[in-house]
Design a protein around this ligand. Structure first.
Ligand code: NAD
Length: 351
């Protein structure tokens, strides 16, 4: 079979660093295994032209949210032989899931592989914003020593109200990690957790609008679906408390790009941070690169070295099963038998 993998370029960092499994050079550690078992592995970094060249003859495509190949409806129409699309990571919104279902192509991702990695990053972004870390660090680099300038916007996290939107694998881990800061934790999810789960996590269910209006800090941890696409529009952003912070490691498209810039420029929001953009890689003139009070980084929270090992192992596990005619682990399935089956996505697709 022909397996096409689209992965981020590793360049010289990949040389002598076999642990950088997520890059094209190290190809998730799949080269030997696939070649020895008589399959063809084509590894690309080009998400457009080269992908389009190989798609019509590919049986399996492997993509990653960190360097997304946008597998659109048009592309799927040309992929006559394609049976399986695997996401090396979590979040398969770069694939047109409804079209994959219509073409009876299975889509799977490595559920849970990087959820700890992202939850840690969320806590980091929250602390960096609330404690005014980035301007302070920048002052040090610039040779300045103006404590008042930094202290005027530095706060303790203790006592603040944090709203967690989406309390699945990542959201729950964010709550667990934040609990020790003695904060007031609210959550909104498209279904309410059990009383025991709420008690253990120390969180209180709050309808979305109330959470938006009450939170000093909001963290978004939902998948990108037709329902969450553009969910943080201008109205919702300006309903947030004046001076609140927003952290988004879920997907860039959940937020209205221009409205966010406006909310920061007008000082309605005190800060925004995260690692997800639309499109990715973010073009040089992406407005979020230069908006005020941001702590944006590249999309890397879910591709730490530990996470790469976990999702590379998961991809191998899926391939072994698929190539031997066995079913892929149920928790990994996003689209199967012509339907969007993942509980995270299916609710939005049924509507
Ligand atoms: P998950 O499926 O375990 O949890 C998602 C939660 O969101 C679920 O509880 C679901 O019920 C809830 N949800 C879905 N639609 C909602 C809506 N409209 N309103 C409120 N809640 C809604 O997924 P997860 O493992 O926690 O990952 C969540 C998302 O985080 C992924 O889909 C992906 O987009 C993103 N992610 C980002 C990175 C990164 O590197 N930045 C890495 C992994 C995942």
């Amino acid at each position: 079979m022909k397996i096409v993998a689209v992965l981020y370029p590793g360049g010289e960092r990949a040389t002598n660093n076999p642990d950088l499994l997520g890059c094209a050079e190290n190809a998730l550690g799949l080269k030997d295994f696939l070649e020895k078992s008589g399959h063809e592995l084509v590894v690309l970094t080009d998400q457009e032209y080269e992908l389009d060249k190989h798609l019509p003859t590919a049986d399996v495509v492997i993509t990653t949210p960190f360097w997304p190949a946008y597998i659109t409806k048009e592309r799927l129409t040309k992929a006559q032989k394609l049976r399986l699309i695997l996401t090396a990571g979590v979040g398969s919104d770069h694939i047109d899931l409804a079209s994959a279902a219509a073409h009876d192509i299975t889509v799977a991702e490595i559920t849970g592989s990087n959820v700890v990695s992202v939850a840690e990053q969320v806590v980091m972004h929250i602390l960096a914003l609330v404690r005014n870390y980035i301007p302070a660090y920048k002052q040090v680099l610039d040779g300045k020593w103006d404590i008042a300038e930094i202290a005027a916007n530095a706060h303790d996290l203790e006592g603040k109200t944090v709203g967690v939107i989406g309390t699945g694998r990542i959201g729950q881990r964010v709550c667990t990690r934040l609990k020790g800061f003695d904060i007031n934790l609210l959550y909104y999810n498209n279904f309410r957790l059990s009383t025991v789960e709420e008690f253990v996590l120390g969180i209180r269910y709050t309808p979305l609008e109330e959470l938006i209006e009450k939170s000093d800090i909001i963290t978004i941890n939902t998948p990108l679906t037709p329902e969450t696409d553009g969910m943080f529009n201008r109205d919702l952003l300006f309903r947030m408390k004046k001076g609140a912070y927003l952290v988004n490691t879920a997907r860039g498209k959940i937020i209205d790009t221009k409205a966010l810039v406006e909310a920061l420029e007008k000082g309605h929001l005190a800060g925004y941070a995260g690692d997800v953009w639309f499109p990715e890689p973010a073009p040089r003139n992406h407005p979020w690169r230069n908006m005020p009070n941001h702590g944006m980084v590249h999309h890397y929270s879910g591709t730490t070295l530990e996470a790469q090992k976990r999702y590379a192992d998961g991809i191998k596990n899926c391939l072994v099963k698929f190539l031997n005619g066995h079913a892929i682990e149920r928790d990994y399935l996003i689209v199967d038998n012509g339907k969007v089956v993942s509980p995270s996505y299916s609710y939005a697709f049924k509507k």
